[in-house]
Design a protein around this ligand. Structure first.
Ligand SMILES: NC(=O)c1ccc[n+]([C@@H]2O[C@H](COP(=O)([O-])OP(=O)(O)OC[C@H]3O[C@@H](n4cnc5c(N)ncnc54)[C@H](O)[C@@H]3O)[C@@H](O)[C@H]2O)c1
Length: 355
């Protein structure tokens, strides 16, 4: 392995993976490719430059932009996306589909040309909203829990597995990712491309430019840090909706294994996330943020549920753990402490974006 291309390489996931790969494998050449569409991604460029990671300003929608990459590439990690679950809901779907679907196909064609491996960052949002909302839950003091008895396949108290149904609407974002997954599988089967699909739950950590519709964990900490307001939106406005979260470092550890032992993972799809142990409701997240920052802020209840929202998402990691021995290690408390430190150390730079 010598050269790894990361599309979306200035974004949260892409830039962190680039830095972690370069730290662990100083001899590798890492190339980040990004059009800097995400506000705040430009702030990540310095840390790439400082570490000798190449940056190419390019748009994944435009296949000719890939021609700027002159060196042979051994592996592509596709982390370029319009990652908001609300994207396209205003009726403008061009950018979403252009990036999340056509862009993936451009990246796949690039891989064919280079005989490169392809690691795809997909999402838990490929699973349909109505089916997720049908999961039997128990309401306890601070959160919704998955009930012990379930009627549907692919769900148990560990979380949602790869066996969960894919029938039904899933948000335009989730649909573009699922469509991409299907193309990845075709390229694997028809052209022999080595591929891995990771359906990730909430990924978070330092360098995430959190906003209301994407990166809410960072946003939650940032609003506490700068003593701004927040809202508990949906499900009665009590903040009991639950997500698991995975620290970017835990994600790196499994992607590192996948890149270096591709035969083991080739052609497969994995759910990857924090799981039940590393999950939180908004209410519980508030308590963690209050403890770490020492600040208590106003959080308004908004009872009406937002379009495309889900009550609960928890990853069942059993498949990936059984195959690889990997499991996420970094707790909710530690994740939030890392985010807090990052904000505190970069307060002036981050304030216009996160506060
Ligand atoms: N963060 C999460 O919680 C999460 C969860 C599941 C899956 N994912 C997936 O992980 C990947 C990375 O997400 P992220 O959280 O780092 O998001 P991000 O917005 O921080 O990073 C995406 C990067 O892609 C770039 N980009 C957008 N459109 C582009 C285009 N047309 N051409 C080139 N670059 C473009 C953006 O400028 C940004 O830097 C995405 O594929 C996303 O769907 C993220």
């Amino acid at each position: 392995m010598s050269t790894i291309l990361i599309t979306g390489g200035a974004g949260f996931v892409g830039s962190n993976l680039a830095v972690l790969l370069k730290e662990k494998y100083p001899n590798y050449s890492i190339v980040c490719f990004d059009n800097l569409k995400r506000r705040g991604s430009e702030l990540n460029l310095n840390k790439l430059r400082e570490r000798g990671i190449d940056f190419i300003h390019g748009d994944i929608r435009d296949k000719s932009d890939f021609e700027q990459i002159q060196v042979p590439v051994d592996c592509v990690i596709d982390a370029a996306a319009e990652p908001s679950v609300l994207a396209g809901l205003d009726g403008n779907t061009d950018y979403l589909i252009g990036t999340n679907l056509n862009g993936t196909i451009n990246a796949l064609n690039f891989c064919l040309k280079h005989k490169a491996k392809f690691i795809f960052l997909s999402t838990s949002r490929v699973y349909p909203i109505k089916a997720i909302e049908k999961i039997d839950v128990v309401e306890v003091a601070t959160r919704f829990e998955i009930a012990a008895a379930q009627k549907m396949p692919g769900i148990n108290t560990h979380g949602i597995s790869e066996m969960f149904t894919l029938a039904g609407a899933r948000s335009l974002y989730g649909a573009t990712k699922l469509a991409s997954e299907m193309m990845v599988e075709e390229y694997n089967e028809m052209f022999g491309l080595q591929t891995v699909i990771n359906r990730c739950g909430v990924i978070t950590g330092p360098y995430q430019m959190g906003k209301v519709d994407q990166g809410v964990v960072v946003l939650w900490m940032a609003k506490h840090f700068w003593k701004k307001n927040l809202s508990y939106v949906g499900y009665g406005g009590t903040g009991k909706q639950v997500r698991d979260m995975i620290h970017i470092l835990d994600l790196f550890n499994i992607i590192d294994l996948q890149i270096h032992q591709i035969e083991k993972f080739n052609g497969q799809i994995f759910n990857i996330g924090g799981g039940r142990k590393i999950s939180t409701s908004l209410q519980e997240l508030t308590a963690v943020c209050e403890r770490i920052t020492g600040n208590k802020i106003t959080i308004h209840p908004v009872p009406e549920t937002r379009k495309a929202d889900i009550r609960l998402y928890i990853t069942d990691n059993d498949k990936i753990s059984a195959l690889s021995g990997w499991s996420p290690q970094i707790t909710v408390d530690k994740i939030m402490e890392d985010i807090f430190e990052w904000i505190r150390n970069n307060e002036q730079q981050l304030k216009p974006i996160l506060s």
